[in-house]
Design a protein around this ligand. Structure first.
Ligand code: BES
Ligand code: MN
Ligand code: ZN
Length: 488
């Protein structure tokens, strides 16, 4: 999808925004005249009022300067915000993407408004067709060029640049989550991450020998039943002052989660291809930061493993010694994400002394029960960080909702044999998972954990800007949080 900003309309479809109950805009007058008043007529025909989501498609007479005109309901000006503008862009693509027409332009006065609508178009135009060999031409999108016609093209272009970088991160996160686990396993994933060096990211990949040396036996335990080698991938973006401590992003990258010996039920297990969604958010965020050349130092670390049952897999009852030195009794091999994260979190603190750490993980089914598909769970030891992540999430439409931590929950992790067990019983499953991670956070370390199990992919009703199974949740939230808090 080519998205441009111009000052003249030159497309097969020419679109105009109509406020709810409002008039045809001035920009539409010429085309209205040319067509003998067809646009004015469409403005009030049927139930079209300009309500958000409505569209009126006008066939223009032969010889007119475009093939079709499109009136797009923009809702009431009062209720308009970044989210509704993204939705408007998304709805246009959803309705016209397969229309058979290739180009569309839309008149939008304000530069920031144009940029947000353009973001909506870009998010909606995402496709994941790599694995289809029989896609009919009529099922392929025809629309490949959208231009926003606006007075100040320069301002619109510069407003779109960072938004577009964020969407690039979303695209990458969606691709990674959508990819099947036979093609996206720790080794191939690490290779994909290595290609991000072309964007100016410094990449380092550690394999099992390195992880063993670092004492990361908890993470290695999870990958032990898999024939695929576990990997730790590290991405550095050094856009800030030299020597300034980085912000760290940490992601759970379980490329497939069978549950291990504590095997999951068969129905729906294929969804566990998405159990690397936390890592995808981190990788996508690193791409977004590099693409817009963020003025901050950021390091992203993702623990890549596959959780399989096997003769050599970890068992319930096994005790693992983590990189921090703390021992963990594995009571359920399906509570594997925390076993990966605890070692990566420890390594992150020891190696980078970050100013703040945010980890993301599809960690618990319980968060889906608690918050459904509309908020990620937020757990943090820092109120300022809670506010900053909440605002960033609201600003970009990737919302988070804070849940509590506390010593009462922590006690649920007591083990008869080791320093802790890896499950906390039925009650408060998302909180005890977060408490487990907190045991690996050093005193004074600012840290937040986002449980994204409910938002990394969504079945059923979806926003037009969220067209595939994988939502690509995370990169835009993280990018915005860094832009607002670590760059001046
Ligand atoms: N990857 C799952 C969590 C998950 C569930 C993500 C549903 C997305 C959708 C995680 O590894 C897991 O299996 N968690 C267990 C923990 C339990 C054994 C304490 C769970 O939530 O059931
Ligand atoms: Mn699991
Ligand atoms: Zn998992």
């Amino acid at each position: 999808m080519k998205i441009t900003f111009t000052d003249t309309a030159k497309s097969e479809i020419v679109g105009f925004l109509i406020d709810e109950g409002g008039k045809l805009p001035e920009a539409a007058e010429a085309l209205d005249k040319e067509s003998g008043g067809l646009l004015s007529e469409a403005r009030t025909a049927g139930r079209f009022t300009g309500k958000e989501g409505q569209q009126a498609f006008v066939v223009l007479p032969k010889g007119a300067s475009a093939k079709r005109a499109l009136l797009v309901g923009a809702g009431k000006p009062k209720g308009r915000n970044d989210r509704s503008l993204e939705r408007i862009g998304g709805t246009i693509f959803k309705a016209q993407g397969n229309s058979g027409f290739k180009s569309l332009c839309l008149y939008v006065d304000d530069a920031d408004t144009a940029a947000r609508i353009a973001l909506g178009v870009k998010l909606a135009a995402y496709r994941f067709d790599d694995y289809r060999t029989k896609l009919k031409d009529e099922d392929k999108p025809s629309l490949n060029a959208v231009s926003l016609v606006t007075g100040d093209t320069k301002a619109a272009r510069s407003a779109f640049k960072p938004l577009s970088a964020g969407a690039d991160g979303t695209y990458l996160a969606r691709d990674l989550v959508n990819m099947p686990p036979n093609d996206l396993y720790p080794g191939s994933y690490a290779e994909k991450i290595e290609t991000l060096a072309e964007h100016g990211l410094e990449i380092e990949i550690l394999g099992e020998k390195d992880l063993k040396k670092l004492g990361m036996n908890s993470m290695l335990g999870v990958g032990q039943g898999s024939v695929k080698e576990s990997k730790l991938a590290i991405m550095r973006w050094n856009g800030g002052k030299k020597g300034d401590a980085p912000v760290a992003l940490v992601g759970k990258g379980v490329c497939f989660d069978t549950g291990g010996i504590s095997l999951k039920p068969g129905a729906g297990m294929e969804d566990m291809r998405g159990d690397m969604g936390g890592s995808a958010a981190v990788v996508g965020a690193m791409l977004a930061l590099a693409t817009r050349k963020a003025k901050a130092n950021v390091v992203g670390l993702v623990g890549l493993v596959e959780n399989m049952p096997d003769g050599d897999a970890i068992r319930p009852g096994d005790i693992l010694k983590s990189a921090s030195g703390q021992t963990i009794e594995v009571q359920n091999t399906d509570a594997e994400g925390r076993l990966v994260l605890c070692d990566v979190l420890w390594y992150t603190q020891e190696t980078y002394k970050p100013t703040a750490i945010v980890d993301l993980a599809t960690l618990t089914g319980a968060i889906v029960i608690g918050l459904g598909h509309h908020h990620a769970g937020l757990f943090t030891n820092d109120d300022g960080l809670a506010d900053a992540l909440t605002s960033a999430g609201l600003a970009e439409g990737e919302r988070v909702w804070r849940l509590p931590l506390g010593p009462e929950y922590d006690r649920q992790l007591k083990s008869k044999f080791a320093d802790m067990r890896n499950i906390g019983g039925r009650a408060a499953g998302s909180i005890t998972a977060a408490q487990f991670l907190k045991r690996f956070i050093q005193d004074g370390q600012t840290w937040a954990h986002l449980d994204i199990a409910g938002v990394a992919w969504v079945e059923g009703e979806k926003a037009p800007t969220d067209p595939s199974w994988a939502s690509g949740f995370g990169p835009r939230l993280l990018d915005r949080w860094i832009a607002d808090n670590y760059e001046s």
